[in-house]
Design a protein around this ligand. Structure first.
Ligand SMILES: Cc1cc2nc3c(=O)[nH]c(=O)nc-3n(C[C@H](O)[C@H](O)[C@H](O)COP(=O)(O)O)c2cc1C
Ligand SMILES: CCCCC(=O)C(=O)O
Length: 340
């Protein structure tokens, strides 16, 4: 066993910064433009306060809340994240490969019709490693390592900026995997999703009911992920934890809502669940763990978050994830409303 293992995500981040080449660390850690949303993704969590309950007998908490309950990146279930390329055949091939490998769901990233301006990458003349997945499917003719971000040029050449709702229909026609949409931060998008999904499947007899919505979900979009791409796309997009509740309300139980962005503590996971997320996803913490200590580091990061969540749950008086409720947190909005 190594001495002095990091005890939290921030310490993993410090280690990752020490061991990674600057270009790689900046690529992983950086966000778009002023990095306002990058800071906010984390800061918005710090403004949410927990409201613990005491004397509720939580001694059995260790058995009831595995990270699997809240994190879709566990070993057992794999989701395949998809970009839609200008050449649809490439995306179709990737989808079919994922399906035949046993991936359980597709995560379609919808916030990247083009790449956000990541200024650290532009400054570092970032070179990105060729994706093995695209071998034989795409030849990328870019030997220019002297100018700007190579990833940005790759994205401009290959990603389809005309991606739209009709492509969801196309995706559904080529796969039986459930499709999650990743990159939603407003109720307006949510309502559109709900309407589109429900229009196809609702019979009218039970238009507002859970059953109809569930049938719709089974047949259509399986869920949405409130995400701003780790603040790497549109700077000044809302912090995801601040956007979550608006989206959850708009969906009104018709679809599961997941969230990512800025989660660095078990208490952050707790806050996201309290505000209506069915599960959370983490990005950079896993990269930091991986960079610092390989697979063991990545695993440790997830275990630490799980351990922190268990403690937070126990101290808030929650014996299972299902016992975490909206009244266990106080947001800035709640504070303002309480003064009125
Ligand atoms: C280095 C790096 C690469 C990423 N690549 C992708 C990607 O290819 N597709 C995607 O949908 N999101 C990508 N993301 C965004 C993550 O999926 C996720 O939304 C984000 O990292 C969550 O925020 P967090 O890092 O604060 O946890 C990437 C993030 C990082 C840090
Ligand atoms: C084409 C972009 C792939 C990587 C990515 O999504 C990111 O760096 O955030």
């Amino acid at each position: 066993m190594e001495d002095n293992l990091p005890v939290n995500v921030r310490e993993y981040q410090e280690l990752a910064k020490k061991v990674l080449p600057k270009m790689a660390y900046d690529y992983i850690n950086g966000g778009a433009e002023d990095e306002h949303t990058l800071r906010e993704n984390i800061a918005a969590y710090t403004r949410i306060i927990l409201r613990p309950r005491v004397l509720v007998d939580v001694l059995s908490f260790a058995s009831s809340c595995k990270i699997e309950d809240v994190n879709s990146s566990c070993n057992a279930i794999r989701f395949y994240q998809l970009y839609v390329y200008k050449n649809r055949n490439i995306s179709a091939t990737l989808v079919q490969r994922a399906e035949s490998c046993g991936f359980k769901a597709l995560v379609l990233t919808v916030d990247t019709p083009m790449l956000g301006r990541r200024e650290a990458d532009i400054r570092n003349k970032m070179i990105f490693p060729r994706s093995g997945n695209l071998e034989g499917l795409m030849t990328i003719d870019d030997h220019d390592t002297t100018n700007g971000s190579q990833l940005e040029r790759f994205a401009r050449a290959t990603l389809d900026p005309s991606l739209s709702w009709k492509d969801i229909e196309w995706l559904k026609s080529i796969t039986s995997m459930p499709i999650f949409l990743k990159g939603i931060v407003t109720a307006e998008d949510e309502l559109y999703i709900k309407k589109t999904v429900m229009k196809q499947e609702l019979t009218g007899e039970n238009e507002n009911g859970w059953h109809a919505a569930r049938r719709a979900v089974e047949a259509g979009v399986a869920g949405v992920i409130v995400s701003n791409h780790g603040a790497r796309q549109l700077d000044y997009a809302p912090a995801t934890i601040a956007a979550l509740e608006e989206v959850v309300r708009a969906v009104a139980g018709a679809l599961p809502v997941l969230v990512d962005g800025g989660i660095r503590r078990g208490t952050d996971v707790f806050k996201a669940l309290a505000l209506g997320a069915r599960a959370v996803m983490v990005g950079r913490p896993v990269f930091f763990g991986l960079a610092a200590r390989g697979e063991a580091g990545a695993r440790h990061v997830i275990e630490m978050l799980n351990g922190e969540l268990e403690v937070a749950m126990a101290l808030c008086g929650c014996r299972s994830v299902g016992e975490i409720t909206r009244s266990h947190v106080m947001t800035e909005g709640d504070r303002i409303r309480s003064l009125l």
